[in-house]
Ligand binder design. Structure first.
Ligand code: GAR
Length: 196
């Protein structure tokens, strides 16, 4: 069985969408893949309870208890590697990763970003899209490389920006699309493996 490890920091709705897809689409039988663990850098991340309820191993690694970014990433790698993952999925994991971490998981580390990359990397994407007068916004699933929010694109979803949108309203519209494209991209990753 091939393992997926998902990293979260908050509500974990993308993680939940992946867990539900794995169950509904019977990934363990059909793709030989399962969500083995969910790791959060915040103890109060709401998604941890959902993962536990679905029988998934969870752990918390608080970045604030480490002296440096490198120390945190080394501990995070050790925790992730307990599960020998085929794929590491960043799902609202709000940490900038060190080049060493990214290199360690090269080719098996993906992220979802709430904009149509390469537009609006970084934070506050929805407000920036509204301020720029964009008529469309969206989300991007991409491979993670050392260049923040700039790895090869695996999937995108587009939504309209409506005239009275606030960042919150637009974010919610984009998030519903994230919940569709992220599970699909993860399944696609396993279908594309040479051993599949
Ligand atoms: C999602 O919108 C995701 O695209 C974004 O955080 C949210 C997490 O929601 N990620 C980033 O901004 C990464 N740069 P979730 O915890 O409910 O999945």
């Amino acid at each position: 069985m091939k393992n997926i490890v998902i990293l979260i920091s908050g509500s974990g709705s993308n993680m939940a969408a992946i867990v539900r897809a794995a169950e509904q689409e019977r990934w363990s039988e059909r793709l030989n893949a399962r969500v083995a663990a969910v790791i959060s850098n915040k103890a109060d991340a709401a998604g941890l309870e959902m993962a536990k309820a679905h029988g998934i191993a969870t752990s918390v690694l608080d970045h604030k208890s480490f002296a440096s970014r490198e120390d945190f990433d080394a501990a995070l790698m050790a925790e992730i590697d307990l599960f020998s993952p085929e794929l590491v999925v960043l799902a609202g994991f709000m940490r900038i990763l060190t080049p060493g971490f990214v290199a360690h998981y090269a080719g098996r580390l993906i992220n979802i970003h709430p904009s149509l990359l390469p537009a609006f990397p970084g934070l506050n994407t929805h407000q920036r899209a509204i301020d720029a007068g964009c008529q469309f916004a969206g989300a991007t699933v991409h491979q993670v490389t050392a260049d923040l929010d700039h790895g090869p694109i695996l999937a995108q979803a587009v939504v309209p920006v409506l005239f009275d949108d606030t960042a919150e309203v637009l974010a919610a519209r984009v998030l519903t699309q994230e919940h569709l494209i992220y599970p699909r991209s993860v399944a696609e990753f396993f279908r594309n493996l040479p051993s599949y």
